[in-house]
Design a protein around this ligand. Sequence first.
Ligand SMILES: [Zn+2]
Ligand SMILES: [Zn+2]
Length: 233
Amino acid sequence: MEAAVDLHIHSALSPCADDDMTPNNIVNMALLNGLDAIAVTDHNCCDNVEAVTKAAGNKLIVLPGMELQTLEEVHLLCYFQDLTSLYDFRNHMEQFYDGMPNHPSYFGHQWIMNERDEVIGSKEQALLASLLLSFDDAVELIRKFKGLPVPAHINKPSNSILSQLGFIPPESGLTLLEISHNYPLDYRQYPNCTFLVSSDAHFLGQILERKMLISVEEITKEQIFQFLSKSFI
Ligand SMILES: [Zn+2]
Ligand SMILES: [Zn+2]
C-alpha cells in the first residue's frame, strides 16, 4: 500500500516559521490534506516533536526528526525510529550550539508548545545558525545514534549540499536525497538515488497534499522508517 508523507515541516519553534504552526494546526492541516505521516523538522532542535506526536494521537504518524545546519551552512535532515533515539541524539548534538542567543524581534519567536498549543517556553539558542559541526561529522553522528541522514532540498540555491559543497560526497553513502519542488533538478546526474519530495512548510498552506507516496506493507512508523532505511543499502 501507499503512504502519503510530508517529512519536512517546521513548527513555531523555528524562528522563520509562522506562529500559527502549532502542533494541532499542523496535525489538522495534514489530516485535511489526506496525509498518513509527517515529520516536524525544526532547525537544530526538536522540542515540539513530542507535542505534535501527542496531538496526532493515532490519527497521524509523526516520524521523529529535525533539520540540522552544519558548519558549511548545509541543511541536513535526520530521522529517528522513536522519540528516545531522537532525544539521545539531541542531548549529544546540543554541545555543538554556538551559544548565540535568539533575538525574537529580529529573527522571530522560537516557541516551545504542548499538545494543547499552549506556549510553555522558548528556545534561547538562536536556531538559525550553523552548528559547530561539519557536514561529514554530522552524518557520522546521526548514524552513530541510529538515525537516517538526508540532505535537504538539494536543488535549492542556498543552504543545500549542492549550493554549499557543490557535490554529494560519494564516500558518504547518501543515496536518499530530498528535493524541493520549487527548483529544477537533472535526475540523470544521480542514477542510484532515491528522492523524497517534501514541503519544507513554514506556513500551514504549504503542507503537502497526497503528492509524495511511498510503498509500505502497512502504514506504521516502523514501516516508513524502514522504507527510508532501505535507500541506504
Ligand atoms: Zn532547510
Ligand atoms: Zn526546512
